[in-house]
Design a protein around this ligand. Sequence first.
Ligand SMILES: Nc1ncnc2c1ncn2[C@@H]1O[C@H](COP(=O)(O)OP(=O)(O)OP(=O)(O)O)[C@@H](O)[C@H]1O
Length: 233
Amino acid sequence: MENLSANNLYSFYGKSPVLQGVSFDLKPGEFLSVLGRNGVGKTTLLKSIMGLTDSCKGDLQFGGSDLLKCSTPQRALQGIGYIPQGREIIPRFTVRENILMGTFARADGKREIPDYLFDMFPILRDFISRKGGDLSGGQQQQLAIARALAMDPKILMLDEPTEGIQPNIVKQIEDAIIQLNRERGLGIILVEQNVPFARAASDRFLVLDKGRVVLGGTSAELTDAVVEEHLTF
Ligand SMILES: Nc1ncnc2c1ncn2[C@@H]1O[C@H](COP(=O)(O)OP(=O)(O)OP(=O)(O)O)[C@@H](O)[C@H]1O
């Protein structure tokens, strides 16, 4: 089965190790939330899985493949989708062009935009010919999710997808993430500050502190006491 598993993973910017011995498992279709205060390495964990930090040591496997030996495009082709913080859509490309970019990371070479993306985010259908840069922040986040889905991923990694987004769109994005997991069976790794959403949506969580996993468990174990000890500022 296509588990994603990290064992004693170290990740570096230059010579500084940001992740220091991180281990976790994500089973197919599982939803994992990654929590922790600012600057503890949450974004770095997602970047490391995608091969976007300077270097990594340790073990990172996906479905029997040694990810640390794979380039970033190879990791995408294996089915790992990444929606970075800040979204990084291409502002001068249209909505259609932005989504089509995702299809270039499809293993089967198809260049079609799946219809369900527009059922999930109807505004993208309405704005299909608009420039990405003319969309609101929330619409751009929907576009970034659609672009990642256009590559037909097995796992979707999202970095604070509702940060700074207008409240009426937050709910749509949260519902879409849950639907992708529960109805389409996508594995999800979500970096999130919103504990109630992480608790409601995920199967399991882990808490990072200074580049290490200090706690993990089922979402039922993500109690107020855990939040108080590890997540309040
Ligand atoms: N490109 C980089 N070069 C050097 N150091 C970096 C780089 N990106 C992040 N760091 C450092 O790595 C550490 C972890 O950063 P990271 O962004 O992974 O944390 P985070 O938990 O996602 O924080 P936040 O909640 O603020 O996004 C921080 O000390 C940060 O300064």
